[in-house]
Structure formats: C-alpha cells, structure tokens
Design a protein around this ligand. Structure first.
Ligand SMILES: [Zn+2]
Length: 151
C-alpha cells in the first residue's frame, strides 16, 4: 500500500511518535457498506465518523425553507392583482393586496436567492479549503493529536 502512515517522515509534535495516520485512511478503514435482505447502507466506526471528510452544502435546504413561503406569497400576489383588475372598486383592501403581498413575495424570493448564493459561495470558496485541509490532516496513533501537514 502506498499511503500508509509509516512512510511519512513527520512525527507527532506532541509525543514524537512517527505513527501518523491520514484522516482519509481512518475514514476508509472504518467505513463499510453493507447490504442485507431488508437493509443496506454504510456502517461507520466512531473514529471514521470523527474523521469524515467535509461535505459541500446542499441546495435543497433553502428551497425547503423558502420555497413554500415564496409560493404562498406569489399566489396571494396573483390573487390580489387579479381581484384588483376584476373588481377595481369593490375591494376595500386593494392597496394592501397590491402592495404588501408583492413586497413580501419579493422579500422571500430575495432571501431564497441570497441563501442559494451563500451556499454557492461556500461550495466554491470555503469547501475546497476544508477538503484540502482534511486531506492533509493526520492523526497520531499514540496520543490522538491531529496535525495539519502539507508536504
Ligand atoms: Zn502523538
């Protein structure tokens, strides 16, 4: 095997042990995928869970969070405007419908876009750095200290 901890010339700066092991290796060793008759999935040791790589953020969350709100206000904006055009005189709350709901709709829509933008920025700028740090982090087998080692 090429990527064992032993071949690394570094030593733990806390206890001096040369037995450093990469997080990626801990993760692979402690993660098993299984499939049974009724279940399948992956099982992970405690160490593997702790050594899990960072993951990019998913885009689904803002949609779950803001999607229904956007749709709700979009519908009421539409209802408000169509009522306004169909019964321009009889509507007592027409200013409310014509102003408040579109504002709420635009606000919710802007929040959705803002959240998506934040996730895109995280995945573009922060995540690769975390991933690279993770790939270069080693754990001491003796004392458990983590160290970031860039060759
Ligand atoms: Zn150590």
């Amino acid at each position: 095997m090429a990527a064992t901890g032993q071949q690394i010339a570094y030593r733990c700066d806390q206890c001096g042990s040369p037995e450093l092991v990469a997080l990626s290796q801990l993760y692979e060793q402690g993660t098993r995928s299984f499939s049974g008759r009724f279940t399948s999935g992956i099982s992970q040791s405690f160490t593997a869970k702790a050594a899990a790589p960072p993951t990019p953020k998913r885009y689904i969350r803002p949609f779950v969070l803001w999607g229904p709100v956007v749709v709700f206000f979009a519908i009421w904006t539409y209802v408000g405007f169509s009522a306004l055009f169909m019964h321009p005189k009889s509507l007592a709350l027409k200013e409310f419908l014509a102003v408040v709901f579109p504002i709420l709709f635009l606000t919710a829509f802007a929040r959705l876009l803002l959240n998506l933008g934040r996730i895109a920025r995280y995945n573009r700028e922060v995540y690769p750095r975390l991933r690279s740090d993770w790939a270069h982090t080693f754990m001491c087998r003796r004392c458990g200290k983590y160290s970031l080692i860039r060759p």
